[in-house]
Design a protein around this ligand. Structure first.
Ligand code: ZN
Length: 214
């Protein structure tokens, strides 16, 4: 009995588990990385995804298939290890400039707000500052079309003014998903009006063009 317990405890202590599926970990990468089965299933592009519209952005992959399912789960279940693993992959793929300061985009909902932008920013290991605040509780962007989203966002954010340190920094906005970019553009506008320089947005996933048009 004792021996079985001891062996079970050793398994827990010694054998690394995949941070996403909790299965046996079989990867030559550090044990914060997902197992090869999860990596194959996620099929993330080696170089990540990048673009310039509607503002410069970079993402781990497309908001579709297994990555989409995983992110939906992360929002609800707060699976810390899986998020850490994804953020590590994101930071492996994109080296932000040394002067980068991260600003998570605040959630729309006051209750049950989305914790991911802030946790992604903290996981990226760069200075993070909450420069943005919502002026009012807008409608959730989720069910609005592009035009409604833009209207919903007018004057939605307010940014803390530039301090002396901020003058040397470039701001990277952080969000979990980039869809139309309306929220990011409204956030950038508020930051720039307060004197900040916004270099772009870093996120976990970019909604594919066919979904954005819907
Ligand atoms: Zn796995």
């Amino acid at each position: 009995m004792h021996r079985a317990l001891l062996s079970f405890a050793q398994t827990l202590l010694i054998e690394p588990r995949c941070p996403i599926c909790d299965g046996p970990w079989d990867n030559p990468l550090p044990p914060t990385a997902p197992c090869t089965t999860c990596l194959d299933a996620l099929a993330l592009p080696c170089q990540g995804l990048k673009g310039l519209q509607p503002l410069p952005w970079c993402a781990l992959g497309s908001y579709a298939g297994p990555l989409r399912q995983l992110l939906l789960k992360l929002r609800q279940q707060r699976q810390g290890k899986a998020l850490v693993a994804l953020v590590q992959l994101l930071s492996d793929r994109f080296t932000l400039p040394a002067t980068a300061v991260l600003v998570p985009i605040p959630s729309w909902k006051r209750q049950r707000s989305n914790p991911l932008p802030q946790r992604i920013a903290l996981g990226l290991g760069r200075p993070t500052t909450e420069l943005l605040h919502r002026n009012r509780a807008g409608l959730s962007q989720h069910h609005l079309n592009k035009r409604q989203r833009e209207t919903n966002l007018i004057g939605a954010f307010q940014a803390c003014p530039l301090d002396r340190q901020g003058a040397h920094c470039s701001v990277w906005l952080v969000d979990d998903i980039l869809t139309t970019g309306s929220t990011a553009l409204a956030a950038r506008e508020a930051l720039e009006a307060a004197g900040h320089r916004v270099a772009g947005l870093i996120c976990l996933a970019r909604t594919p063009a066919r979904e954005r048009r819907r």
